[in-house]
Design a protein around this ligand. Structure first.
Ligand code: BGC
Length: 301
């Protein structure tokens, strides 16, 4: 889709080798009281025997009515077969960025990174991969008076800023990403989510929406792929997990994307240009994605 950041993509193996931790947080989900069955680090891979493993079964009640959710294929044997490792008729992409995933004896997809302590989908709508896309929109921090790039005195490197949103659900700062809709191209998701969450396009009238969309369209021409694959997300379960494509859109001269009027919208309750450094605390694996943008741009970390 976009140019790939070669160093970033070769780092993918390193990320792939990491043992997931957020996907094993003891209590599952926000406001939930579901305890995950504890999985020690060495018992995470499916290839390691763990006869005592009795994952907690959990499916959020809202999935029964949600239009974006799959049927309950575990309890409803009459449900239509889903095309795992393929693309469903309605063009729903069930292919993982991580390669082919296996199915358990009940026909449920198995998390490619191993055990999580929860069986079922938890609060995720899809069995198997749930695809998201994350636009990392960056600019250089500049002195408001002179316009010169601000350099960090300790590292001697210029400070990069990215558009960050405060997620309404978990109240954590994050990249303004979101779920890929059924049949949607990832490139379209990146623009749509940025428009909805960072520019509040959902509140604009038809003409306003079109104007914002045109601006984003023009500014999102030159992205660099930073990451494609599994996300260590607290919503993950043994049978449903998050994957994403993170793409960097950078405004080198500060006269394009950098000039957007930011307004939090949709699931976001705050938005700002955030200074990037290693101390940032961000949602899910977003810290790692932002670090990749830093490496690509030679910025302060
Ligand atoms: C978020 C993305 C995130 C993904 C995986 C989605 O809900 O919108 O920003 O990368 O989950 O955590």
């Amino acid at each position: 889709m976009y140019k790939a950041f070669v160093r970033g993509l070769s780092d993918l193996q390193a990320m792939a080798a990491q043992v997931h931790t957020k996907a094993r947080t003891p209590v599952y989900g926000k406001g939930q009281t579901v305890n995950r069955f504890p999985v020690p680090d060495d018992k995470v891979p499916w290839s390691v025997a763990f006869p005592e493993y009795k994952p907690t079964y959990f499916e959020d009640a809202k999935l029964k009515k949600a239009s974006y959710a799959d049927p309950d294929i575990l309890n409803n044997k009459a449900a239509p077969a889903l095309k795992f490792n393929g693309t469903d008729a309605g063009e729903l992409n069930r292919v993982s960025h991580e390669g082919r995933y296996s199915l358990d004896p009940d026909g449920l997809p198995l998390n490619p990174r191993g055990r999580t302590g929860i069986r079922g989908r938890g609060c995720l709508g899809r069995w198997g991969p749930n695809h998201a896309a994350d636009p990392i929109v960056t600019r250089w921090k500049r002195d408001p008076k002179t316009g010169a790039k601000v350099v960090d005195p300790a590292s001697g490197r210029p400070v990069l800023q990215f558009v960050s949103i405060l997620r309404g659900d978990v109240k954590e700062w994050a990249i303004p990403g979101g779920m890929v809709d059924c049949g949607e191209e990832v490139s379209a998701t990146l623009k749509r989510e940025f428009g909805e969450e960072a520019l509040d396009s959902t509140m604009a009238d038809a003409a306003g929406k079109a104007a914002l969309a045109a601006k984003v369209e023009a500014a999102f021409n030159h992205g660099v792929d930073l990451y494609k694959g599994y996300v260590d997300d607290p919503r993950n379960t043994d049978n449903a997990w998050m994957e994403t494509v993170a793409v960097n859109f950078h405004d080198e001269d500060g006269d394009g994307l950098a000039m957007f009027q930011l307004h939090a919208g949709d699931d976001a309750i705050g938005v700002c240009w955030k200074d990037i450094s290693r101390d940032l605390k961000l949602y899910a694996s977003h810290h790692q994605f932002v670090e990749k943008a830093v490496q690509l741009r030679g910025a302060h970390w």
